[in-house]
Design a protein around this ligand. Structure first.
Ligand code: NAD
Ligand code: DAU
Length: 331
C-alpha cells in the first residue's frame, strides 16, 4: 500500500500511522498535514526516521498541493479536519472550509490520480442525538452543530464521488475516540490537564450526556480492516460498545489521579449539545472486527499516559491559549 494520510499529525492520524507501520511491513505512508494547533510533528517523532514514512506539509484545501501529495499513491485515508465542536460553535468558518471544501479538494485530487481506495473519516455526530435505538448506517443524518454539519456534508460528498465518478470511496463513522496524543481540548485530556493543575472541571449542563468511548487502537484496527475489506460506496459504523454518561467518565479520571470530586463544576451548557451518541456496529463486526480494549482499563491507561506527558500537554495547551480563554470565560 502506498498510503496518503491527511491529518496524520493529529490524534487519530498519528495513532493510525504508527499502527499501519507496525503491522504492515510493506506499507509506505505519506502524511499530508497543515500542522494547525491540533497537528504536531512531535506526535510522529518515533516514526520520523522510518524509511517507509514521509511527511508533507500542506493544506487539504489547496488543490495543487493535494495533486502533488497524491503522486505515487494508491490509497487515501482522509482524516484532516477541524475536529472540535466548541470551536465550530465560536466560528463555523474553519470547519466548513477544511471539513467540506477540503474533502472536495481531496476527492478531486484522488479522482485525478485514480486511487484504488479512498477511506473517508466521518463521525457518529452526523446522525445527531440518539433518542431511541442505536443508529444503523441506513438511518437519516441529522447533524446539529456546525462541526457535525460540515462532516455530514463531507460524508455525503464523498459518497457522491462513488456514485457519480466511481471513485472507490469507503466511509467510516466512528464514535468518540480516546487515547494517547489527543489534543487537550477534548473532554478526557482537557480534564486530566485541569485536574493535575487542581483547576475546576467545567462540566456542561448536568453532565448526563452519553458518549460511546472507543479506544483509538481499536479504531485504527477497524480503519485498516476497512481499507482491506470495506465495500466501495458503503458506510461502516465503528463504536466502542461503551456508552457512558460524562459524569461517570469524569469520576473515573478523578479516581485514577487521586483528585477530589469537589473539582467538578457544572457550567453553562454547549449550545445544541447532543444528549447521546449511539450506533449499531453489526456491519463492521460481520467483517470480523470488535473493540478489544475495556472501558475502565482503557480510560485509566489513557489518564496515566497524559499524566506522564505533562510537557506535551503544556505545549499543546499553549498553542490553543486564545481559544481556551475565549470559550471558558465565565465557565
Ligand atoms: P485532530 O484535531 O486531532 O487532528 C486533525 C489533524 O488535521 C491535525 O493534524 C491538523 O493539523 C490537520 N488539519 C486540520 N486542518 C487541515 C487542513 N486544512 N489541511 C491539512 N491538515 C489539516 O482530529 P482527530 O480527533 O484526530 O480526528 C481525525 C478525523 O477523525 C477527523 O476527520 C474527525 O472529524 C474524525 N473523527 C474524530 C473522532 C474523535 O473522537 N476524535 C471521532 C469520529 C471521527
Ligand atoms: O462522537 C465523535 C466526535 O467526538 C468527533 O466527531 C469529534 O471530532 C470529537 O471532538 C468528539 O466530539 P464530542 O463533542 O463528543 O467530544 P468532546 O470531547 O468535545 O466532548 C465530550 C463530551 O464532554 C460532550 O458531551 C461535551 C462534554 N464536555 C466537553 C468539554 C470539552 C464537557 O462537559 N466539558 C468540556 O469542557
Amino acid at each position: 500500500m502506498q498510503m496518503l494520510v491527511t491529518g496524520g499529525a493529529g490524534f487519530i492520524g498519528c495513532n493510525f500511522v504508527r499502527h499501519v507501520l507496525a503491522v504492515d511491513e510493506d506499507a509506505r505512508v505519506r502524511v499530508f498535514d497543515k500542522l494547525t494547533y491540533a497537528g504536531n510533528l512531535e506526535n510522529l517523532a518515533d516514526v520520523s526516521d522510518d524509511p517507509r514514512f514521509e511527511f508533507v506539509e500542506g493544506d487539504v484545501c489547496d488543490l495543487d498541493a493535494a495533486h502533488a501529495a497524491m503522486a505515487g499513491i494508491d490509497t487515501v485515508v482522509h482524516m484532516a479536519a477541524e475536529s472540535h465542536v466548541d470551536r465550530s460553535i465560536i466560528s463555523a468558518e474553519a470547519a466548513v472550509r477544511t471539513n467540506f471544501v477540503g474533502t472536495f479538494t481531496m476527492l478531486e485530487a484522488a479522482r485525478e490520480a485514480g486511487v484504488k481506495r479512498f477511506l473517508h473519516m466521518s463521525t457518529d455526530e452526523v446522525y445527531g442525538a440518539c433518542l431511541g435505538e442505536p443508529f444503523t448506517e441506513n438511518d437519516p443524518l441529522n447533524p446539529r452543530n456546525p462541526y457535525s454539519a460540515s462532516k455530514a456534508g463531507a460524508d455525503r460528498l464523498a459518497y457522491s464521488y462513488f456514485v457519480t465518478y466511481d471513485l472507490p470511496v469507503v466511509i467510516a463513522r466512528a464514535a468518540n475516540n480516546y487515547g494517547p496524543y489527543q489534543y487537550p481540548e477534548k473532554l478526557i485530556p482537557f480534564f486530566v490537564y485541569r485536574a493535575l493543575n487542581d483547576e475546576h472541571l467545567p462540566v456542561y449542563g448536568d453532565g448526563m450526556q452519553v458518549r460511546d468511548w472507543l479506544q483509538v487502537r481499536d479504531d485504527c484496527r477497524a480503519l485498516l480492516l476497512l481499507l482491506e475489506q470495506g465495500v466501495p460506496g458503503e458506510v461502516y459504523n465503528i463504536h466502542g460498545g461503551n456508552e457512558r454518561p460524562n459524569l461517570e467518565t469524569i469520576r473515573l479520571i478523578l479516581d485514577e489521579l487521586g483528585k477530589p470530586e469537589s473539582l467538578i463544576k457544572h457550567v453553562e451548557d454547549r449550545p445544541g449539545h447532543d444528549v447521546r451518541y449511539s450506533m449499531d456496529a453489526a456491519k463492521i463486526m460481520a467483517l470480523g472486527w470488535q473493540p478489544e480494549v475495556s472501558w475502565e482499563q482503557g480510560i485509566r491507561e489513557t489518564v496515566r499516559w497524559f499524566a506522564e506527558h505533562r510537557e506535551w500537554m503544556e505545549r499543546s495547551v499553549a498553542r490553543g491559549r486564545e481559544y481556551f480563554e475565549q470559550w471558558y470565560a465565565g465557565r
